[in-house]
Design a protein around this ligand. Structure first.
Ligand SMILES: Cc1cc2nc3c(=O)[nH]c(=O)nc-3n(C[C@H](O)[C@H](O)[C@H](O)COP(=O)(O)OP(=O)(O)OC[C@H]3O[C@@H](n4cnc5c(N)ncnc54)[C@H](O)[C@@H]3O)c2cc1C
Length: 464
C-alpha cells in the first residue's frame, strides 16, 4: 500500500514520473547482488540535479524518513537494501560528465556516470579512469564504498582518485569539499571522511576525479600453478622485482573452470595469475616480462603466456571481471556470499592457503580469487539464501577467514565495505574508534535518516 506522504513528495519533485512506487520498481530497488534478504523502499525518486536531491533530503528530514542513495545497485553487502523502508534516491539520471579538463588530468562528473561511460568519454583524449570493479558501477556508488578493482594495485582505490565532492548534508545544505588540485593540506581532509561512508553521512551530487594518460605499451600475461599458495608466492616476487606491473590477479582452479564453462574461454584449468605491465617505454615492459617469466618458474609456475594484442587483452580482463558472475552461473539459482579480507602482502600466501583449507574443512564449494597485488582476496560461495544450514556454514567460513586475517594484521574488508553484512565485525576491528564512528554519525546525521542500519558498528546502534 502506498505511503501517505507520496503525493507530497511528488509536489517536491514536480514531475510525477520521477517519483515512483510501483511494485516492480520497488522490487528492483529492494535487493542488491548479494544473498541478503530483500526489503522494499516506500518510494523511489530519480533526481536530475543537486537542488532536487536537497529538496528530497529536507522533505525526508522533516518527517524522519530514511533516505538511501542508489547508484547501480551492484554492491555486495546489502548496502542499498532499505531495511527500514524510506525513499531510495536513484542517481541514474544524474549521469552527465560536467567538465573534462585534460590538461589538469581532472574530470567533474555527476554521481550516476558509470565507470565505462566515463572511460568512453576519456578515451578520445588519451586518458582513462583506473578504478574498475567487476560490475559497471556508478562513480557515486564507487566513491561511497571506496571501491577498488584490478588496477588499484598501481593507481589506488577510489579514496586516491576523488579530489573534490559536492555533498547534500542531512539538513539539505550543499557542501563543496576538497577541490581540483592534486594536493591540499587545507585543514581536515573531509573528502576522505565521506569516501567509504556508504550513503550514511550525505549524498554525493558531484565528484571531481583524477584521470590518467593511457600507457602506450601494455602487455598482459598469465601463468599456471598447482596451488593458490604458489601463485601467491609468485605474485609477491613480481611485486618486489618489477616496476611496470599494473594488475596482479589470481583465480583458483574452481574459478577458472567456471569462467571457461560460462564465458567459453579455454584457459588451462589450474590456479592462474593474470598480470599486466604498462609503460610509455616498450623496453621497460619487455624487461619486466622477462623478469616475471623467471620468477614464475622459480615459484613452480608454468605455461607463461604473453598477450600484446589489445583485443586478446580485453578478452582476458573481461574473463577476470566476469569471474564472480561465472561462479554463480555455474551453480544455477544461487546468490553470492563473498568474503573480502585483505592482509599485509607478506601474509598473503598463508592467507590463500588458509582460505582454501577452510572451504575444505566446512565441506563447502567455493572459489578463491582476488586482487592479490593488494593482498585482497575473495572466497565466493554460491548459495540459496533460504537454505539456513548452507547460510550458517558460509557465515562460519567467513568468520574463520576474517579472524585469520585479523590475526595476521588484516581487515575484514578490502574493497566491498560493510553494508549490513559486516556490521558485526566492525566494532571488533575498530575497537575504541568504533565509538568515534558513531560520534561522527551523530554530528552529521543526528536524525539517522541516511541509510540507517548500515556501515556502523552494530553494538552501538541502540544509542539512537
Ligand atoms: C560482478 C561484480 C564484481 C564486483 N567487483 C568488485 C571489485 O572488483 N571491486 C570492488 O570494489 N567492488 C566490486 N563489486 C562491488 C560493487 O560493484 C561496488 O561496491 C561498487 O562500488 C558499487 O557501485 P554502485 O554504483 O552499484 O553502488 P550501489 O550499490 O548502488 O550503492 C553502494 C553504496 O553507495 C551508496 N551510494 C550510491 N550512490 C551514492 C551517492 N550519490 N551518494 C552517496 N552514497 C551513494 C549507497 O547508498 C550504498 O551504500 C563487484 C560487484 C559485482 C556485481
Amino acid at each position: 500500500m502506498a505511503v501517505a506522504w507520496i503525493e507530497e513528495l511528488r509536489q517536491v519533485i514536480q514531475d510525477p514520473e520521477r517519483v515512483v512506487a510501483g511494485p516492480s520498481d520497488l522490487d528492483l530497488h529492494a535487493q542488491d547482488f548479494s544473498y541478503h534478504p530483500p526489503h522494499r523502499p516506500d518510494a523511489i525518486v530519480y533526481p536530475l540535479n543537486t537542488e532536487e536531491v536537497s529538496a528530497v533530503v529536507r522533505f525526508a528530514q522533516a518527517r524522519k524518513i530514511p533516505v538511501i542513495g542508489y547508484g547501480q545497485g551492484t554492491s555486495v553487502e546489502g548496502h542499498i537494501i532499505p531495511i527500514h523502508g524510506g525513499i531510495t534516491v536513484d542517481f541514474s539520471r544524474m549521469n552527465r560528465v560536467v567538465a573534462l579538463r585534460p590538461k589538469d588530468f581532472v574530470v567533474q562528473v555527476q554521481p550516476g556516470v558509470t565507470r565505462t561511460a566515463l572511460n568512453t568519454a576519456l578515451g578520445p583524449h588519451g586518458l582513462f579512469f583506473p578504478v574498475d570493479p567487476g560490475a559497471d558501477a556508478s562513480l557515486g556508488g564507487m566513491a561511497a564504498t571506496n571501491a577498488a578493482g584490478t588496477e588499484a594495485f598501481r593507481y589506488g582505490a577510489m579514496r586516491q582518485q576523488v579530489l573534490g565532492l559536492e555533498v547534500v548534508l542531512s539538513d539539505g545544505a550543499v557542501a563543496r569539499l576538497g577541490g581540483a588540485t592534486m594536493k591540499s593540506s587545507a585543514g581536515y581532509q573531509l573528502v576522505n571522511l565521506f569516501i567509504g561512508s556508504e550513503g550514511t553521512l550525505g549524498l554525493f551530487t558531484e565528484l571531481t576525479l583524477k584521470v590518467y594518460p593511457i600507457p602506450q605499451h601494455i602487455a598482459a600475461a598469465r601463468a599456471c600453478f598447482d596451488t593458490v599458495e604458489a601463485a601467491g608466492n609468485a605474485a609477491m616476487a613480481i611485486i618486489s622485482a618489477t616496476a611496470t606491473a599494473t594488475r596482479i590477479e589470481l583465480m583458483d582452479q574452481e574459478t577458472i573452470s567456471a569462467v571457461n564453462q560460462v564465458e567459453g574461454t579455454n584457459f588451462p584449468s589450474k590456479a592462474t595469475l593474470f598480470v599486466e605491465f604498462a609503460s610509455h617505454h616498450r623496453s621497460a615492459v619487455l624487461d619486466d616480462l622477462a623478469q616475471s617469466a623467471n620468477l614464475i618458474v622459480e615459484a613452480a609456475g608454468y605455461d607463461f603466456v604473453v598477450e600484446w594484442d589489445p583485443k586478446t587483452r580485453r578478452e582476458l580482463w573481461h574473463a577476470r571481471h566476469r569471474a564472480a558472475l561465472a561462479i554463480l552461473a555455474a551453480s544455477q539459482g544461487t546468490r553470492p556470499f563473498t568474503t573480502d579480507t585483505a592482509v599485509p602482502l607478506s601474509e598473503l600466501s598463508g592467507a590463500l592457503r588458509h582460505a582454501r583449507a577452510t572451504l575444505t574443512q566446512y565441506g563447502i564449494q567455493g572459489a578463491v580469487l582476488g586482487h592479490v597485488g593488494d593482498g585482497n582476496y575473495h572466497v565466493v560461495i554460491g548459495l540459496d539464501p533460504a537454505n539456513a544450514a548452507q547460510l550458517k556454514k558460509a557465515r562460519m567460513v567467513n568468520d574463520a577467514i576474517i579472524r585469520y586475517a585479523w590475526q595476521h594484521g588484516g581487515t575484514c574488508t578490502g574493497e566491498h565495505g560493510i553494508g549490513i553484512g559486516k556490521t558485526r565485525y566492525l566494532q571488533e576491528e575498530k575497537g575504541l574508534s568504533g565509538l568515534l564512528l558513531w560520534q561522527i554519525k551523530h554530528a552529521l546525521d543526528p536524525g539517522n535518516i541516511f541509510n540507517p542500519g548500515k556501515t556502523l558498528p552494530l553494538a552501538s546502534e541502540e544509542s539512537f
